[in-house]
Design a protein around this ligand. Sequence first.
Ligand code: ADP
Length: 690
Amino acid sequence: MSTQEISFEAERKLKYVALSLLLLVLFFAFRFSDWMGSRTLHTVMEVLATFLAFIVGVLALLRYYSKKDNMFLLLGSGFIGTAFLDGYHTVVTSSFFDQLALSPPPALIPWSWNASRYFLAIVMFLSWLAWRREKKMGEKGLIPEWIVFWGVGALTLASFAFFVYFPLPSAYYPDLSFGRPEEFGAAFFFLLALIGYLTKGDWKRQSFDHWVVYSLIIGFMTQVFFMSSSFELFDFMFDAAHGLKQMSYVFVLIGLLIGIHHLYQDIGGTQEKLVSQNDDLKRAMRSSDYQSHHIEEQSDKLENQQRALLNILEDVQKEKFKTESLANDLKKYQLAVENASDHIVITDPDGVVLYANPATTRITGFLVDEIIGHKAGKLWGGLMPSAFYEDMWKIVKIDKRVYSGKLTNRRKNGKRYQAALTISPILGDEGEVQFFVGIERDITKQTDVDRMKTEFISLASHQLRTPLSAVKWFTEMLIKGDAGDLEGDQIQFVQNISDSNDRMISLVNSLLNISRIESGRIIIEPEKISLVHLSKDIVKELRPRIQTKKLNVFVTGAADLPDADLDPGLTHEVIMNLMTNAIKYTPEGGKIEVSVVTKGDQIVLSVKDTGFGIPEAEHSRVFERFFRAENIISKEPDGTGLGLYLIKAIVDASMGKISFESVENEGTTFSVSFPIEGLRAQEGEVRLNT
Ligand code: ADP
């Protein structure tokens, strides 16, 4: 309890005491007053009292119906009952009713007054009891209206009946110190009610109870001091008591009005609260609108995110499938690589081995663990001239092209083996080398077989050359007539034998040359030569054939063409073969053009004719052994199909290149190119055409 509340409570207590004292002072001050009122004044006062009681009753009941509680129900119906009794009292005590009265006014007036006083005092006491019941029992303690109305109604009727059926005793007892002792009975109930309401304690907080306490104090004091001290009708105390009775009604009325005022205030406050709550609600709704908009936005975002997530999931799923199928593919590739019979190594751009397949061990004899981390070929290579490796690395690392070549290597056990090697550079997005994949095939057996074939051909050719030379020698003698002149068809027959023998010798020579080249034992002795001069010399050599076929042959070449370090014998063989073919496969009156140009670091010789050409379908077979194109077999039956094969072998051995372009019935251009810087010398054992 706050100090403010304590002082408020004390103030009210003080007021109750002050009221009581004031009434006491009033009582003692006017105790012996000789004031005398009148019957009319009494009637006026009672009319007023009746109205006041009625208004109080109605207002209290209204208050009850606005919020039901026992106290207001009892007080409301009690005051209405009081109004009836006061009304009755007014009526029966007015002079108008004198004739009809059952009892004389000196008795009727005080007793009918008392009926109202007892009735009100008891009802007020009951209202406190009813309040207590409700407090204890809660809503269950609410007394049904019909009980109260019937009860109050019955009590009121009983009060009336009292006057009708009982002869009234005397109201005044002048011999006693109190003229009207019967007033103490009502005083007793007022006192009980007063004590009740004081103990109830609501007077400290509620205006209505506060004013009821005032009213009860007045009621009690009126009964104990004023009315009980009246000694005859209309004396001072009599009128004062009537006045105080009205006052006590007025105080209850004030309490009710203040209560109603508070109620309105509360309603106003509640309304204000409602308005402000409404505003709050509107604000909250606006903010909830905003929030719901925000939430909508968020949920949209979430939906988008969810969609994006689903897309990602789909992508991930697809990627997963892709990765799985890639992994499956990779597995296949891995299995293929693992089980390949060729030795496969993958190296970094510096040639350090990152991976080697099991075949590497099978071929080289080195374990995979021994190979990984070393330079490729370091363990098994190194037998070739250093220029070979330099060239190889230049092609794959600088030119970034695929290298293919044959080489000799050494196994872990020291045995040599022949290998066909392909190195492919794997390039990144910016064209940089990321890996090298080297595939090496052990071709030792194949090489041995080839060598044996070559040796056989070489041997057979050698063996064939001697009898062929003998045949040549004897046929020439026959033609010369050393064995006597030939007659008739004999000359032609011997000439045919000689031509066939020449072709046989040429074939055997070609076979011998090829076997020499393929054996790798060919001697290469480079010296400065002019390809233009060499070509012109060959044209001269072939002049009889050129003239027979009435061909136009040109040799062209820029004056400042450099001489190249080439092997004269081998180069002669190449140009001779190309020129022979051009003459052979160009019809009479055709044109042959030999040109020599430089292209970068290469010197290129081309032989261009306007001959039969080579059918496109056969282009891929041009450099095969014994190849002869379909279109020329009937036109030029002479031919071995070994010329271009030999040229290719010579060019390859000389680190040169050969290519051609040909359109059937239009012409053919064969081109050979060699490095301008020339060939490297090779210490071999054999030469061509020996
Ligand atoms: P050969 O000339 O003895 O038949 P080659 O090896 O020199 O053998 O030539 C192989 C084949 O290539 C020839 O039979 C011919 O069909 C074709 N050939 C070569 N050179 C030419 C050319 N200049 N014009 C047309 N066809 C040619």
